[in-house]
Design a protein around this ligand. Structure first.
Ligand code: F6P
Length: 342
């Protein structure tokens, strides 16, 4: 078989580990050939490809990013997008596709499968918000980066008796904020799943100062205050209809400074959380998902997504995996609330 591989959506540490595992097992165990499609769905849409063999995947296991490039191109928003993909796959002699991506990329994979394209999905996102898999690779790395930042911010916040607001990624789901905040001992954690009362947050901050410690507030970029509108830097939508987030941390710091009379600063971790080398957990998870994906292709088990359930790597229907986002249950948030303001 000749198999196309692509990575779509926001990049994430571990993508290269998946590509390596797919190609290594595909060539060594099954004798398949590979072609790398560039920049997500843009690759098959425009016929942009590159060679992908054992030589090309040597040395990439610890590398962040993706050797294939990525984009947020949505072929369903482009005239004759699906026909163009089918034509390009046929022109390059590609029998099947492995699509590595999050909700948007896998949503496209789901529809293409229904339209007769042989496709297998591999879940990725630092946000950990895909259904049907307990974890996505990239999440552990992002959490560790954010935790280390919080550890460092504690010491400087104490020295200057300041509030430090740390804005982390998480558009619709607050998994990074919850885990990094718990691991880093944040005094308040704010998630997109529950609107927050800025007066209550100011109360937690005051209380922390009363204990002679400086507060760290971790806020997910998609968190919203009770009073109303999400705070956005930019109202532009991408081709999957998402706004570009960022700005809640700055807004919150201004509010907290005004309400508590204590200096408050913001740190936006942004793409630092997505860059660099994956943790051991993410390398192993990505590798195991890649091995299962090539097995699924070899068996012609189309329309499946590989997933981690408990410690097993299983296959689930793509449609099931992309049906709804996995957000933080309020009981999990309640566990963290015990530590707020103390
Ligand atoms: O989905 C992953 C993610 O990192 C989100 O946490 C974030 O909202 C988004 O991507 C940012 O995307 P971009 O890099 O395209 O601005």
């Amino acid at each position: 078989m000749r198999i196309g591989v692509l990575t779509g959506g926001g990049d994430c540490p571990g993508l290269n580990a998946v590509i390596r595992a797919v190609v290594r097992k595909g060539v060594a165990s099954y004798g398949h050939e590979f072609v790398g499609f560039r920049d997500g769905w843009k690759g098959p849409l425009e016929g942009l490809s590159r060679p992908l063999g054992i030589a090309e995947v040597r040395g990439i296991l610890p590398r962040g990013g993706t050797i294939l490039g990525s984009s947020r191109t949505n072929p369903f928003k482009i005239e004759n997008g699906v026909e163009r993909i089918k034509e390009n796959l046929a022109a390059q002699g590609v029998d099947a596709l492995i699509a590595i991506g999050g909700e948007d990329t896998l949503g496209v994979a789901t529809k293409l499968h229904e339209l007769g394209v042989n496709v297998i999905g591999v879940p990725k996102t630092i946000d950990n918000d895909l259904g049907a898999t307990d974890y996505t690779f990239g999440f552990d790395t992002a959490v560790n980066i954010a935790m280390e930042a919080i550890d460092r911010l504690h010491t400087t916040a104490e020295s200057h008796h300041r509030t430090l607001v740390v804005e982390v990624m998480g558009r619709h789901a607050g998994w990074i904020a919850l885990h990094a905040g718990l691991a880093g001992g944040a005094n308040v954690i704010l998630l997109p799943e529950r609107q927050f009362d800025v007066e209550q947050v100011a109360g937690y901050v005051e209380k922390r100062f009363q204990h002679q410690y400086a507060p760290i507030v971790v806020v997910a970029e998609g968190a919203q205050p009770l009073e109303g509108q999400m705070v956005l830097q930019n109202q532009e939508l991408d081709s999957f209809g998402h706004v570009r987030l960022g700005g809640i941390g700055q807004w919150l710091a201004e509010q907290l400074e005004a309400k508590t009379g204590k200096e408050a600063r913001t740190v936006v971790l942004g793409h630092i959380q997505r860059g660099g080398t994956p943790t051991a957990f993410d390398r192993v998870l990505a590798t195991r998902l890649g091995l299962q994906a090539i097995d699924a292709v070899h068996e012609g088990d189309w329309g499946k997504m590989v997933a981690m359930q408990s410690t097993d790597i299983v296959r689930v229907p793509l449609a099931e995996a992309t049906r709804e986002l996995k957000t933080v249950p309020l009981e999990r948030y309640a566990e963290a609330e015990v530590f707020f303001g103390s």
